[in-house]
Every structure is written in C-alpha cells, then in structure tokens.
Design a binder for this molecule. Structure first.
Ligand SMILES: [Zn+2]
Length: 396
C-alpha cells in the first residue's frame, strides 16, 4: 500500500546563473562543492524527479498507484502530477523567454514530431504539448522583467537610448503606436544582421551612464550596463527598454502568462508551473533563438504595471494567490501551536519556508524544517498542520 504522506528527496539543478549560497543559507540545503545552486525541483518531471526516503522515484510511486496518489480527477484530467514546484536562486539574469499557449504547444509539438526533429535537438522549440504558466513568490527581493511596457514609454526610452541605427524603426512606431507596429519594431530588432546588431549595440552602450532623462530611463540603463558585463553582444541588451522592470518584496508574487516575454534577473523565490519545458528564447542566451516562432507566440500587448503583481487573499492562517489557470494552486500557510487542518482534493506538495512544523494524516506524522518538503496523496483526504512556522502549499 502506498504511504499517503512521505518526505521528498529533491534534485538540485546547478545551472551557471545560480547562486552558490542562497539556497544553502535560506533553506539549509548542503552545498559541499560550492556549486551554483540554481534550482531545487519538487515534483515528478523526468528532468529532475523527486524521490521518497527509500530512493523510489515519485513518478514511479504515482505510476504504481495513480488512483491513490493523484485521485480520480487528476488521474483522468492530467494522467500525471500537473505541476512542478521549485526553489529558484538567480545570481545572474536568466534568458528572456516566452511560453506558448496550450493550443500553440499542441500544434507545435505535433508538427516538430512529424518533421522528425529529436526532442533534445538544440533547434527544437516544443519539448511537449503543454503550456507553461508560472507563478513566482519572492523569498528575498526579487528583480525581473515581465511584459511589454506601455508603447509611449518604449518610445521615450528608445529616444533616450539614441541609437541612429534604429531611428527609422522608431519613427514608424511613433507614427502608429499600436500592437501591430510594436510587433514590427520588435521583429526588426530581433532580425538585424550581425553588422547592424553590432552597430546598434555600440550606439546603445556609448555614454550609457549619461543617457537617462527619466527615472525609468535610469533604471533601464543601469540594467543594460549590468547585462553588458555578461552578454556584450546579445540582442537582449535592448530588453530593458521594451519590458517592464519589476521588483517583488519578500512575500509578494507575480504571474507569468503565456505569450508574455519575461526574464528573472536576481533574487531567490519559490516558483510553481505547469509540468512543461516549452521555452522560446528572446535574448540573454547563447542558445538557439527562432525569431519567427517567437513572434508567433508573443502577444504584443503592453501589461499595465498594476496587473503584474498578484493580490493575495488572506483567509485565517493562509495567503491564497489566485491564478487564471487550473494546473496548480499556490498558498502560503502560517502554522501555530493550536494547528489547523486542510482537506485534500488532489496530490499536494508542501515545502517548509521557516520554523518547525508537523504534518499529520490519519496514519503518518512528519516533522519539517525549512527547505524540507512532503508529498501528500489525494487519498489522504485530510491532514493536520501544527507547530510554529510557514509553509508553501502546492496542489491542483
Ligand atoms: Zn518562464
């Protein structure tokens, strides 16, 4: 019989942009070799599947008894664990990216399969047939870019940047400041040949510290100077002029919608996403950029600043972050000595953020400290939380 509650052993991803200290200090995860600890994955994804204490893969435990682990609804609707939970610690910026909608992912995956492009080929865009909505919850101050700026703001920033190579394009955007011209403007920048790009970057970087005439300009040019250290000839150097720069305070969260360009810049947070690996890159990367496919998958709609941050709903002991998708739910719970209980409707993963908490089902009881996580089977029906501290609750 499957245990309804068990502790997880999770996979660390040592990507080069990761911090070598943040996950270690904040979540007490050992880092004996001083490697960059970029992400810790909690879930059943084949690229980094969690295990139970006996070393059995979570994916195997789910496959052996999906009715118990997932419950009838999740088993029927998703056939596996629909979400992936991560701790993410960015020391350097991650690539700018866009995730396809569900429909585009289904079509693209089918087409690339029909063209016999291996799933692990560098030129492959669609690794699976799923969308990849994401939510990020800040543990430290967390800086990111998310969504297009208002077009007037884009125009003002490019005027301040004063790149002669782009002046013709900028005039066209000023003449017709709408979604269609924004798409043309973006496509033309992405499609510059090597010589044009080198010239435009040279013009951008020249006297960078003297260019800002507005507060937003100052912020954008500081970021460009920072990106330039790691990516001196990357098209992503223009991204701070195009995209909103956002900083989350600890305890704040934002949603990253399909077809919206975004990049994480710096900070440690908890991320939850639909179980997918579909990423179309748009800069700050040495990897393959497929400009045509990127543009097909991008909404050229400015995101207003106020809609980027998620408003948490506070209900008793928990903060609920509502998202417009049903692949996952995300809550942050505070636990007290008198405790509280929760009903289970789906598989769940709990991650302890701080303190000392005890999670109990009818059969089992497990103590958790920061950085430790458990899987709860849908068949558990209910569990109790007691102690002193905070945990993240991921379910669907
Ligand atoms: Zn993303």
């Amino acid at each position: 019989m499957t245990d309804h509650l068990f502790k997880l052993n999770n996979v660390i991803q040592n990507y080069v942009w990761g911090s070598d200290s943040s996950i270690h200090y904040l979540f007490n995860i050992p880092n004996p070799d001083q490697l960059p600890q970029a992400e810790l994955w909690m879930g059943a994804h084949p690229s980094g599947c969690s295990k139970n204490q006996q070393g059995t893969l979570l994916s195997q435990i789910i496959d052996q008894d999906p009715a118990t682990a997932l419950g009838a609804y999740t088993q029927k609707r998703y056939a596996g664990l629909p979400f992936l939970l991560k701790i993410l610690a960015a020391e350097k910026p991650l690539s700018i990216q866009v995730h396809p909608s569900k429909t585009m992912a289904e079509q693209g995956f089918k087409l690339e399969n029909a063209q016999n492009i291996p799933v692990d080929a560098p030129s492959r865009n669609y690794k699976d047939a799923n969308h990849k909505p994401e939510l990020v919850y800040a543990v430290t101050f967390y800086q990111a870019m998310n969504g297009f700026r208002e077009i007037e703001e884009i125009i003002s920033l490019f005027e301040q940047a004063d790149c002669q190579t782009l002046s013709g394009l900028l005039e066209q955007l000023k003449a017709e400041p709408g979604a269609e011209q924004l798409q043309n403007f973006f496509a033309a920048i992405m499609n510059m040949n090597a010589a044009q790009k080198a010239m435009a970057v040279h013009e951008l970087i020249e006297n960078l510290d003297k260019k800002a005439r507005t507060h937003k300009g100052k912020e954008a040019f500081q970021l460009i100077a920072q990106f330039y250290l790691d990516y001196p000839d990357d098209i992503g150097l223009f991204s701070p002029l195009l995209l909103n720069i956002i900083e989350l305070a600890p305890g704040e969260a934002m949603f990253l919608d399909a077809q919206t360009p975004h990049a994480y810049i710096h900070g440690t947070g908890i991320e939850i996403m639909a179980s997918s690996d579909n990423v179309l890159r748009a800069g700050l990367t040495p990897k393959h950029i497929d400009v045509d496919e990127l543009i097909k998958n991008t909404k050229f709609q400015p995101s207003t600043f106020t809609e980027l941050k998620l408003k948490a709903q506070c209900i008793d002991h928990k903060k609920v972050f509502h998202v417009p998708v049903d692949d996952f739910n995300f809550e942050v719970h505070s636990v007290s000595s008198q405790g509280h209980s929760e009903f289970v409707r789906s598989p769940e993963i709990l991650l302890c953020l701080e303190g000392n908490i005890t999670i109990s089902t009818a059969q089992q009881s497990i103590e958790l400290q920061r950085g430790e996580s458990v899987f709860i089977c849908a068949a558990a029906h209910t569990y109790q939380c007691r102690g002193e501290g905070q945990f993240v609750r991921a379910f669907n």
